[in-house]
Design a protein around this ligand. Sequence first.
Ligand SMILES: [Zn+2]
Length: 1000
Amino acid sequence: MDDVDPFARGRLELTMRRVRRFLRERIEPAVHGERRPVAVRAWTVGGEPVPFAEAAAQRFDPFAVGEPWGRPWDTVWFEVRGEVPQEWASDEAELLVDLGFDEAQPGFQAEATAYRPDGSVVKAVEPRNAWVPIDGSGPFTLLIEAAANPVVFTPYAYRPTPVGDPASAGSEPIYRLTTLEVARRDAEVWELLQDVLVLDGLVDVLPEDGARRAQLVTALERMVDVMDPADVPGTAAAGRAALAPALAVRAADSALRVSAVGHAHIDSAWLWPTRETVRKVARTFANVLDLLDRDPDFVYAASSAQQYAWLQASQPALFERVRAAVDSGRIRPVGGMWVESDTNMPSGESLVRQLVHGKRWFLEHLGVESDEVWLPDSFGYTAAFPQIARAAGMRSFVTQKPSWNETNRMPYSTFLWEGIDGSRLLTHFPPADTYNSDLGAEDLARTERRFAEKGRAKEVLGLFGFGDGGGGPTREMLAAAHRKADLDGSPRVRLTDPATFFADAAAELPDPSVWSGEMYLELHRGTLISQQRTKRGNRRNEALLREAELWATTAAVLRGAAYPYDALEEAWRTVLLQQFHDILPGSSIAWVHQEAERNHAAVSAALEGLIGGALAALGGGGGDPVVANAAPLARHGVPALGIGPASEPVAATPRPTPRGFALVDDALRVVVDRRGVLLSVQDRASGREVLPEGLPGGVLQLFRDTPRDWDAWDIDAEDQRTGVELLAPESVEVEGDAVVVRHRFGASTVEVRIRVVDGRLDYAFAIDWHETQKLLKLAFPLDVRATHATSEIQFGHLQRPIHRNTSWDSARFETVAHRWIHVGETGFGVAIANDVVYGHDVRAAVAPSGRPMAVARLSLLRAPLFPDPTADQGRHAFTVSLRPGGIPEAIDDGYRQHLPRRTTSGTPVEPLVAVTDPAVLVEAVKLAEDRSGDVVVRLSESLGGRAAGEVRTTFPWTSVVATDLLEREVASTALGGSTPGDSARIALRPFELLTLRFRR
Ligand SMILES: [Zn+2]
């Protein structure tokens, strides 16, 4: 930059100051030069939102512009009466609304919906989209449903706020109605304004001393020269003529091509409850429908079947218009998931059902099947996802969240993403690094800077539109898109749909690079820990859904019992909604998490009812106690997926020793000392000690937790440099077969019951947690020389390095595991299983003896203050188990943690299906979604090797086929033939997922 001519630069800057002042003070005010007042009356709901008909029937009181309105979360309906002068043209009249907007953010605050007196929705009002078209001339009436959504988050302040809970949100109005008037929009001046904004934006991003920039500045200067500041409407055409030559210069041959897809990222809950999302979705679609009528080239993409279903239920007339726009290809349902879920934490079967319920809903209600996965905002992406997505018929994947990485930049923009089984999915990161673009020059310049394949490809995706209550794409964005279709200094912009983009991207890049494994987000690692009760509900219900489907299917097939299709569908959809990427991760306001906990509890109760009913139908009235084993592995003599008499688990009896208590059974010898920690865990068969010499195990560690940013989302590695170990319990005593350790610290208490049962060390925690900004971990140092640790993920497991060789390794300091982790060396390893923990870290270290070891830690609790200042306060329970063993033992323990022994009474029941190869796990047994009565069995190879064997059945069937996740027949090499009514031969590759459909 040293050689930029300072004199020339100074002159251009002076010119632009003149241009921008003219823009600000002359052009912008002239767009709506003529304005007239309206008469306003108001009715305050004083509670939860009501439908239009109920609001319209109320008594409205006079209200003046300038008055305050809206206590937090309340709704105020404004009745607006005005008149459009006859001399205005039919499309010139607009109602301008300012609800008291804060300019700083395009959404995240008050919003409104405008209705005609007949109840039809006209359009929405948001901070940067605050106009409503008025049909015709003469008198008019509109009803404005204004939502007093409080500002919870001011970037980037993380102040604890009471407004996220309606009980503490306050009762004073938080907004003031600033503007409500009818105005005449001068179309020529508006077009001039868009011309100026496009060129002005380019001036900011072009090379400082380049010719194109100088030409643009000159054109803008000429525009100012030819216009009369006292008569902008009368000279707007002349101003546009002065700019026309600059706007007509075509883009360079080398310019990238941006496929601009209209979009609004609407979080299904976050800084507002789901009930407000219902209205946000309706408002955004209302704007989109208005814009579709105005611009024949505009295409809009929206994900999440749940959001369409909300629209259908809440605004059926709007939904019908959306359906018509889907029919004509103008609105593209994308993603095919029920919601844009988290992908780290939901189980494999949950991710399957996200796609099954999403795609089924789109097919049934909109007649379309999307094949692009659409997860722009989730906090990292599981290595299991490519296979699951492909099995649901998906072909491509969109996200931009990895651009938020703090440490490393993902090396590709368009690439193949490969999962643990080798499945690949064409993936694209829109290089603007935002899903809320305005198609401004800065976003497009960033697109060019950051597009990794720009040396050999030109096709990129641009998602434009204000999300989260910003109202989606605007007419200004479309104006920019059209002007940039072929404009020198800008990438070419075309308005199109995602499928067209992916087809073109695939065609021009026949040999994309490959990213293998998980796409770990180097940020927001605390989302694996925050709001533990929401996470517990998810884990619990995932396990209960498995049991409910298995036993309901078994009862339907063997006893002719009715299969509870509707109840299971409702339970699944409720659970799937709570997996949304701000609910399960714990990053929402208190209101959302209170609701999630209530929803999970209701689902648990419903599922327990279904399970009880199915087991009763299977029991046949017999009186003998039997155990229903829903695990895919035999337990206590009961076959996998069967019901039968079981042996009792055997717990070791604690006995005092000089240093504490010993718990000994055939497999383990464990010593708990007076500090309440493990002194020794010995594998009796090998004589090998699990703990490194001189280090205690099972230690609770308490760290400060004061992240730089993003309180509920982030934990910082720096905060874990210093902490305290809880080594001075209030008591350590024997109660029955448990050594019970009680800690008291801060305002909290922890009770730990330590037992040895069936060769496993079992920890049961009961925690009453009243800390703030603290992180609680449970640490097990292990006398194991390992370079990798293994974590269970969906339908398999993932190995991650535990050293810190590279910045990628260092950044991965908190990782997700599902039911278990395993740390081992050849011939010896340790399995640690849990019932609700997702956040783990395992690192290589050196023991006091100087020998290498590994330290495995489970992240139990934290207590962030934003956005929910009460997050995680109160009671929690965890169970954790540890035993020497390999991956099969870890898998077995994981199932034990999630499927507690379920005792019932009756006669033994043979499993419907049994698999001869123990590496193949039955992940789901259910009746087909199409309610034909066919039995669907989902299997996966669990050890990362080849598996072959038979699926043996105990029920009559006529044929078996392999299917996709939507249970449609597909060709598969995994199904090797069958003997109808008896067995199917299967052969699976490492981690392969197979869905079988048995026709009855
Ligand atoms: Zn989001």
